[in-house]
Design a binder for this molecule. Sequence first.
Ligand code: HEM
Length: 168
Amino acid sequence: MNYDKFLQIFSIGTLCVLFSLMTLGGYVSSTGVGLSCPQWPLCPQGLIPSYEFLIEYIHRTIAATTGLLVFLTMVFVLRGRHSTKPTKLFSIIAAAAVVGQITLGAIVINEKLHADLVTAHLGLGLILYSSMIFVVINIFYTNVNLKSLQPSNLSSQDSDSRVSFSNK
Ligand code: HEM
């Protein structure tokens, strides 16, 4: 598998994990279990939580995984030879947003689900999600463009115009 294809699969995988996390966040909020694990980073029971803490704990665990995936996406995008400037910029924004979001998640709990903070947690989550969508679409778009420039995909007319263009 070439690097561009790998980046395409990795970034869409990251977006899927992020989507699950946001959905689970909505479930944590609507079921009112946000404070079932009142400490950070671990619950009072330590690494293995009791059943009542499970949903909130899974939200935290997936958040940590998502943080790593979004950060790695940024590293891979920055190292990619074909990454465009906007893709790089938005991958950095997503990485910054994920750090902010995890920090904010901890503050939300410490401040006992203060409404302003929960709203900010939702807002920053949306910024993170939209930045990742932008990154994924850009990676796909760049790959499609690269494919169409491969010699086997150029019509003879295209190749002629490329030859005449390069001769100018
Ligand atoms: C990438 C990281 C994260 C994302 C994208 C995320 C996303 C979300 C979303 C979308 C909600 C629903 C908000 C709403 O319905 O108003 C939520 C709720 C919540 N999140 Fe996160 N979250 C992340 C990390 C964390 C972390 C690390 C913690 C805790 C340490 C945390 C604690 C909470 C809590 C307690 C709620 C429920 C708030 C309530 O009861 O109203 N989140 N999260």
